[in-house]
Write a protein of this length. Sequence first.
Length: 610
Amino acid sequence: MSRLEISTPDKAQLVVEGLYKDLERRIESSPPGLCPVDISRAFLELCHAQTCGKCVPCRIGLGQLKNLITDVLDGKATLKTLDLMEDLALSIMDSADCAIGYEAAHMVYKGLIGYREDYEEHIRQGRCTCTFHQPVPCVSLCPAKVDIPGYIALVGEGRYADAVRLIRKDNPFPTTCGYICEHPCEARCRRNMVDDSINIRGLKRVAADFSGKVPPPKCAKSTGKKVAVVGGGPGGLSSAYFLQLMGHQVTVYEMLPKLGGMLRYGIPNYRLPKEQLDKDIEAILETGVEVKHGLRIGEDITVQSLREQYDAVLITIGASTDKKLGIDGEQSEGVLSAVKFLRDVGNGNPTDLTGQEVAVIGGGNVSMDAVRTAVRLGAKKVSIVYRRRVADMTALPEEIEGAVAEGIEVQTLKSPSRIVTDENGHVQGLYVTPQMISKIKDGRASVRPTGEEDQFIPCTTLIVAIGQDIEFQHFEEAGVPVQRGRIMSEKNAGFENIPGVFAGGDCATGPASVIKAIAAAKVVAANIDEYLGFHHIISADVEIPEPRLDDRTPCGRVNMTEREVCKRIHDFDGVEICMTEQEAKQEASRCLRCDHFGFGIFKGGRETLW
């Protein structure tokens, strides 16, 4: 018998594996605004390098596709070249032996269909249509366009109050977002190329927690104009803040006893302590915004009456009603909507779930809020029922991990079919149809029934968290365009048939994140200002520290820690623990200051970006 040797990777193999990791990090941190044609060529070259050379479509065809794309980039192609590329890509897709060939050709084909105008611009004008309007990845991906490198630098120097002032130029909820922002800004952080993205949300929280009370900026001279804002959620309050700073007198109409909308009545206290939310709201009200509580649009006030009293009216009612399952037994006692369930908790009137078995249908952040709240209300067993996989859930990964850590059972690939009740009409359980994963549609795997018998999930309380809608009936009657449960405003957030009336936030775009609601508020506030005959610019008189020139050596990311599970499930106190000052300064020092280096030296993040 011949002697066998244990196989171990040699030096060359280890280096190649390291290069693959470097490539992954570079792809992960690719900023918006890159030329898609150039990216297609780069990926095609990588795919061509992987070919085994056995089949002609892959070995020769991919090389020819690469040459044709190069001709486009070099200005040597014509519009007929694109037709040739399309035919060649389709031919490779149909005839290549393996996925290396046909998926590479499919990538090129999708690009020819999806961003053909970029190819045509290269051919006609010899340039790309993509422009570096905002080359700083974190700022570009922040919906509100907050000056992120600026406030990170300020936190690094311990100037927390200045950091809050800079954030408020674009976002009047720095404290709130420090706790719950979904931080899309971190997705393409260039620090990924070195080690890991900056903990941007964590540093925002540091600024808010350590700054103390920071008064809002002074308002511009009064314009004599009055604006009514219907809805006191994050979108309405943000618009009111910006309009008040511009010198317009704003009155917010809110139907509930306190301001904050879903921030107060939808997000549990353990995620967002309400005293922290109140800090942001108090600063907004200090600008002079007036508030009228307990008035419901369509009952106590109308769009028409407000338009007669004010120079402009803004509708920001959010999405505060729940979607229905549409199955038998949905009206049974013990079946609750997640919106109402969480609102009752926010109002200090929680449902007693002591000793109960609770099931929550849905896989979004609201579902996670509901299950984790149920645990804190004394439920004996809490389950998530979701018709797809955990990987398909729209909830943030950290929210799913938090729920699992707190003992929540996750039942996936189960589609609700009917609700069972006892003789008194109270829910006893839920029948679900087993599902299996199926074809990918629009980038997401669909599901279909397995054909197995329905399964029974016992529960004494069933909470439905499958989405939210708006109360649009009054607006429809008032002549406001409504389509599929959304207020359909023009691109400037106004209405052609009702001058002076605007809409923004979740009621116009559908349910979204807090930072997206704030971003929409910035846009609609600027449009209302223009409608009233002005063009105010909001700025922050804060001096940004100069960037350091020393080397950025690899360094681990500082993540937020959490309270012990065994303690936090018994109360609604905040779960997340803020960084220490020492940790914050180290984390801030990892920032590569893209606002200064590279393209950032030409276009930084200091200006107000509406």
